[in-house]
Design a protein around this ligand. Structure first.
Ligand code: ADP
Ligand code: MG
Length: 395
């Protein structure tokens, strides 16, 4: 799960991470009111979407830039009118952009240096990793490509946590000396605590800025949270903005289905994440392209199978479906009934190939055969993948 920058600011405040004062506005009037409350000489108005590159983005109405500096309440109101309700297209949003429903109105700070600081969960070392660079404010991917020597990486022992000698090492590498080093240690430790206690997989501060009067501030933050830990992060879960998520994934999560939309045209409905991965691989191997990852779980019900079909068919790109079920906990006949009902309810028009194996498989196969539906049964994964790829190519 991701959150907006204004929500990231709220989290940072809770953990004592220094960042500019600011508040979210949903209307031009609110934006003007916040400017008056802040009483700062310079104000920045920032479009809130779950994507970066906003500064260099363009709105659907032609208005340039998702981050603007201004001075008065009237200017902020005028900027808000250009931004709210329009889609902002950046290098991270795709061609349709994302609709802007909220703005962050914050004090603008003078900047002498822009740095980069992130903590992410590194799956290769199974531990948090700190990434920092003197080249902040820009795409870290570009820095990694053109000047990889400017990126420092410090792994953190998850049992010991981030140590002050490490924060000093990072600060020195970022050329933060004296009082800035003291501030950096405090800030890095606070971000680390926020990362651990909020079950984050990523906290990225870009830019982390040094002001001419010697302050160190987190100007922009991006968060990713571990979805599997959300059950114990109610405050984080409350920040979820479903309008920013793939509607197919939102629908799937309501039925406890693990669904990830992809850009191919063969949908797969599978039980178990490992089998779902293998199914996507074999579709690709046989010359097809998977339209999604979908794991209905170990003990899926008829209702879940039906919901899974609806979600799959809601995707216009889908030209065929491959069902691959191993009945371990699950009864294949329950699944077969679910498939038959769902195919009838949705008046299925596209090729469907079903491979069932395991518990009560014979009854399941009988149910499918007796249904009179135009589906193909398959005897193995390979057989199923070959059949669905051929059927989609023929259509
Ligand atoms: P994005 O990464 O989506 O482009 P940022 O929040 O990083 O958005 O903003 C882009 C740039 O705008 C920053 O690198 C910084 O130079 C400037 N900026 C952002 N917030 C402020 C602020 N509060 N005060 C002054 N400048 C800012
Ligand atoms: Mg940024």
């Amino acid at each position: 799960m991701n959150i907006h920058e204004y929500q990231a600011r709220e989290l940072f405040q809770k953990f004592g991470v220094a960042s500019p004062l600011g508040k979210a506005a949903s209307t031009p009037e609110e934006a003007a009111t916040i400017v008056k409350e802040l009483g700062a000489a310079q104000i920045v108005v920032k479009a809130q979407i779950h994507a970066g590159g906003r500064g260099k983005g363009t709105f659907s109405n032609g208005f340039k830039g998702g981050v603007h500096v201004c001075h008065t309440a009237d200017e902020a109101r005028h900027l808000a009118e250009q931004m709210l309700g329009h889609a902002l297209i950046t290098n991270q949003t795709g061609p349709d952009g994302r609709q802007v429903n909220k703005l962050l109105v914050a004090e603008a700070v003078d900047i002498s240096r822009e740095l980069y600081f992130a903590i992410l969960f590194d799956r290769t070392i199974c531990a948090p990793m700190i990434i920092a660079s003197t080249e902040g404010g820009m795409d870290i991917e570009a820095v990694a490509e053109h000047s990889p020597e400017k990126i420092i990486r410090i792994p953190v022992d998850p049992l010991l946590g981030l140590q002050p000698y490490q924060t000093r090492k990072i600060a020195a590498a970022l050329d933060l000396r004296g009082s800035l080093m003291t501030q950096a240690t405090k800030l890095f430790l606070a971000i680390y605590r926020c990362f651990i206690e909020s079950d984050c997989t990523l906290v990225e501060v870009n830019p982390l800025v040094v002001t001419p009067d010697g302050r160190l501030l987190a100007l922009d933050a991006k968060f990713n949270f571990d979805d599997n830990a959300l059950y114990r992060q109610s405050a984080v879960l409350a920040m979820r903005d479903k309008a920013e998520e793939d509607p197919r994934e939102v629908a799937a999560s309501e039925f406890n289905l693990n669904y990830i939309g992809l850009d191919g045209n063969i949908a797969c409905l599978v039980n178990g994440a490992g089998l779902a991965m293998a199914t996507m691989d074999i579709i690709q191997h046989c010359g097809g392209r998977p339209a999604n990852f979908l794991d209905v779980g170990g003990g899926a019900t008829k209702e879940q199978v039906s919901a899974a079909f609806q979600i799959i068919l809601g995707d216009q790109a889908v030209k065929g479906i491959m069902v691959n079920i191993f009945g371990g906990i699950m009864d294949c006949d329950v699944i077969a009934h679910g498939i038959v009902d769902a195919a009838r309810e949705t008046a299925l028009q596209i090729p469907l190939v079903v491979r069932l194996e395991g518990n009560n498989v014979d009854a399941g196969k009988k149910t499918l055969a007796a249904s009179g539906l135009a589906l193909q049964s398959a005897s193995s994964m390979q057989d199923a993948a070959e059949k669905i790829v051929a059927a989609v190519h023929a259509a």
